[in-house]
Design a protein around this ligand. Structure first.
Ligand code: PLP
Ligand code: TYF
Length: 398
C-alpha cells in the first residue's frame, strides 16, 4: 500500500530545526523557527504559568473529558483579551469561542467550518505569509490566492496595492489578515489603514479571518488588539484565530482559540452547534492542561499582573536585540542602513538577505535562517549577537 508514496518536502521552517539539531558545531545559532528564547538561549517557563501549574497539581483533579468547545472559563478569558472588559459585542452574545489546539488548530477548525458554508469561496492570504496558511486552507478544500502586501523597496506594506486587490475580489471571499506582528515581514498596517481594510471588507461583502498569534509582542495586550477592536466596532461578522503558544510560552501544550463573531445571540448558538460538529469529527474535545493554566492565570489578579510583566520582559528583550543587531552590523563595517530592523514589530525581521546569503550563513557559520531572509530576533542573545552580526556583515560584503 505504500509503494507509490513519495517523500513529502520538509516544512520550510520546522524542517530547519532538524537540520540544526544534526549540526555538530558548538557555536551554531537557530534563527529559523519563531520561538522566544531567553538570554540563556532557553525557552522560558513563565513564573505565572509555573504557579498555576502548581495550584492545579495540588488539586489533583480527575481527568475527565472537557466539553467539546473546551473550558468555559478559558473561552471567556480569551474573549476578554480579544475584545476588552467592556465590549458591546460580548454583552450582546455575538461571539462564540472554542478552545483549539494552538493557533493552527483554530485556523483549521475555522477553515473546515467555512468550507462547509461555501466551498467555492476563494481564500486570500498576504504575500508573503506564514508558510502554513496556504497549506492549511488548501487542505480544508479551498483555492488559495494572495493579496499584495510586502514591498521590498520600502520594507513596508504596499497598502495601495493591497487595498486595490481587496476591492477586486468576489463577494464572500475569505481574507486572512495578521492582527499584529506580521509573520514573516514584521511590517504591520497603521490603524488608519486597518480602518480602510474594515470598510473595504464591508463594502465588498468579504469575510475577514484575523489571525492573532503574537498578542502582546508589539506594544502590549491592549494596543496589539487595536485592529481587532476596529472589526468589533464595525458590526461585521468575522473569524479570529488566537494563540498562547508565544505569549504564555506554552508551545507544546497547544493552547489556542477560534472565535467567531456573528450577528446576534441566536446566530451564535447555531454557529456553535455546527462548529462543535467539526470538532467532534476531528478530535472530539481539546486537552485540558494548557487551557486551564491560561484561564487560572488570567482570572487571578496577581498571576495576571505577573504574566503581563513577564510578557513585557520578552517584548523588551526582543526590542533590545533589534537595536543591538543594527548597531553591531554597522560596527562590523556595513554601510547599508539596517535601521528598518528596529521599525519591524514582533519576533521576526525580513532582513533582505538572499537565499544564497542565508545558505552561506548556514555553511560557513552554522547560523540557520529561513531561506526568505526571515530571522527570529527572539533567538538572539548577549552571547550570540556578535557572531550573527559579523556573519551578516561577511555574507553581504561579497
Ligand atoms: N499564525 C501565525 C501567523 C503564526 O506565526 C503561528 C506560529 O506559530 C501560528 C498561527 C500558529 O500558532 P500555534 O503555534 O499556536 O499553532
Ligand atoms: O513561523 C514560525 O516560525 C512559527 C512557528 O508549521 C511555526 O509560527 C512554524 C511552522 C509551522 C508551525 C509553527
Amino acid at each position: 500500500i505504500f509503494a507509490a508514496v513519495e517523500m513529502a518536502p520538509r516544512d520550510p521552517i520546522l524542517g530547519l530545526n532538524e537540520a540544526f539539531q544534526a549540526d555538530p558545531r558548538a557555536e551554531k545559532v537557530n534563527l529559523g523557527v519563531g520561538v522566544y528564547y531567553d538570554d540563556n538561549g532557553k525557552i522560558p517557563l513563565l513564573a505565572a504559568v509555573k504557579a498555576a501549574e502548581e495550584q492545579r497539581l495540588k488539586l489533583a483533579p480527575p481527568r475527565g473529558y472537557q466539553p467539546i468547545e473546551g473550558a468555559a472559563a478559558y473561552n471567556k478569558a480569551v474573549q476578554t483579551l480579544l475584545f476588552g472588559t467592556d465590549s458591546a459585542l460580548l454583552d450582546a452574545g455575538r461571539a462564540v469561542t472554542i478552545e483549539a489546539l494552538g493557533g493552527t488548530g483554530a485556523l483549521k477548525i475555522g477553515a473546515d467550518f467555512l468550507n462547509r458554508l461555501n466551498s467555492s469561496a476563494k481564500v486570500y492570504i498576504s504575500d508573503p505569509s506564514w508558510e502554513n496558511h496556504r497549506a492549511l486552507f488548501e487542505a480544508a478544500g479551498f483555492d488559495v490566492g494572495a493579496y499584495p502586501y510586502y514591498d521590498a523597496a520600502t520594507r513596508g506594506v504596499n497598502f495601495s496595492a493591497m487595498l486595490a486587490a481587496l476591492k477586486g475580489y468576489a463577494a464572500g471571499s475569505i481574507i486572512v489578515l495578521h492582527a499584529c506582528c506580521h509573520n514573516p515581514t514584521g511590517a504591520d498596517l497603521t490603524l488608519e489603514q486597518w480602518q480602510q481594510v474594515v470598510d473595504t471588507i464591508r463594502e465588498r461583502d468579504l469575510v475577514a479571518f484575523v489571525d492573532m498569534a503574537y498578542q502582546g509582542f508589539a506594544d502590549g495586550i491592549e494596543p496589539d488588539a487595536a485592529a481587532l477592536r476596529l472589526f468589533a466596532d464595525s458590526g461585521l461578522e468575522f473569524f479570529v484565530s488566537s494563540s498562547f503558544s508565544k505569549s504564555f510560552s506554552l508551545y507544546g501544550e497547544r493552547v489556542g482559540a477560534l472565535t467567531i463573531v456573528t450577528a446576534d445571540r441566536d446566530a451564535s448558538a447555531r454557529v456553535l452547534s455546527q462548529v462543535k460538529r467539526v470538532i467532534r469529527t476531528n478530535y472530539s474535545n481539546p486537552p485540558t492542561h494548557g487551557g486551564i493554566v491560561v484561564a487560572t492565570v488570567l482570572s487571578d489578579a496577581g498571576l495576571r499582573a505577573q504574566w503581563e510583566e513577564e510578557l513585557a520582559g520578552m517584548r523588551d528583550r526582543i526590542r533590545l536585540m533589534r537595536t543591538q543587531l543594527v548597531e553591531r552590523i554597522a560596527a562590523a563595517g556595513v554601510k547599508q542602513d539596517f535601521s528598518f530592523v528596529v521599525q519591524q514589530r514582533g519576533m521576526f525581521s525580513f532582513t533582505g538577505l538572499t537565499a544564497a546569503q542565508v545558505e552561506r550563513m548556514k555553511q560557513e557559520y552554522g547560523i540557520y535562517a529561513v531561506s526568505t531572509g526571515r530571522i527570529c530576533l527572539a533567538a538572539l542573545n548577549s552571547k550570540n549577537i556578535d557572531t550573527v552580526a559579523k556573519a551578516i556583515a561577511s555574507v553581504i560584503a561579497d
